[in-house]
Design a protein around this ligand. Sequence first.
Ligand code: ADP
Ligand code: MG
Length: 323
Amino acid sequence: MALTERALIERYFRECGARRSDVPLGVGDDASLIDVPPGMQLVAALDTLVSGVHFLPHSPASSVGHRALAVNLSDIAAMGAQPAWALLGLTLPGVDETWLEAFTSGLGALARKHNVALVGGDTTSGPLCITVQVLGYAPKPPAMLRSGGLPGDVLFVTGTPGDAAAGLALEKGELSGLTEDAAAWLRGRFLYPTPRIELGIKLREYASACIDVSDGLLGDAGKLAEASRCGVVIDFEHVPVSSHLVSAVGDARARELALTGGDDYELCFAVRPEKVDRLTRELPPGQWNYRRIGVLRSEPGSVVLRGGTVMDVSHSGFDHFAR
Ligand code: ADP
Ligand code: MG
């Protein structure tokens, strides 16, 4: 027997996220009440995932739940903010309890990991679509925007971009012949991205500008540069790539994918040159998983240098999975 909407909300959403003492009223009333910490500014982000557009219809439901929250946490991380509360707008084609169980376990596990409470939402019937809004807080005035960079700032990126694009290609059956380890790693990087919350908060003290990398490193670094009224120079050889990605597509293609793939949910940030020593001493790159990839400069536009010469990296210039 199909659950009523109310029973469904009770069963799957009331206890889904973390419990927080600053939520005196959560799921169940007409709206929720939240006590925002004094002196803090509310930081809000919202992202929608549409089945067949932002995830494959046969994606594991736990991954859909994880990603719906993770993409928002990544935006919050890029602001150097502390995530705390989330709302979930869920449009379902029907009540599939197996799917719902896995979806809420994926979303709930990531929410509890970052102490995010699910404080409300809406459940409707229609083609599968998930909207999550995350609310967080940060000290005023804001420390990190896209626009705070200056020419000469050193540019860094976290993690190993490109993995997720390869993971998506694997999911679509466009990439094959990988070792089991490499396939599992790349798939995991697409299905379960890691939002860089802890580093984002730490970076408030060091970074002049920050953006989360969701549409490809080169393009997103370009957005940061443009917002900062700068251009960007990226060193091809310094773009970090995972050994699994290299084993799957080779070194050069791995770096191309790292520059132009999507769905990474890493952070790209700029640091004034005089702060770089302190950054790398106090937040060792090996431990915090980030790497220097280039610099901002006054000439506008994005340039990738390889062995001292400028590469042509128009997005269409790459055929990612051609062999
Ligand atoms: P209303 O009709 O007043 O909007 P609803 O029946 O839509 O109330 O929701 C009842 C309660 O359940 C509200 O507190 C709402 O925030 C919560 N809720 C509904 N759907 C979800 C969901 N998908 N996730 C979390 N909370 C939800
Ligand atoms: Mg409602």
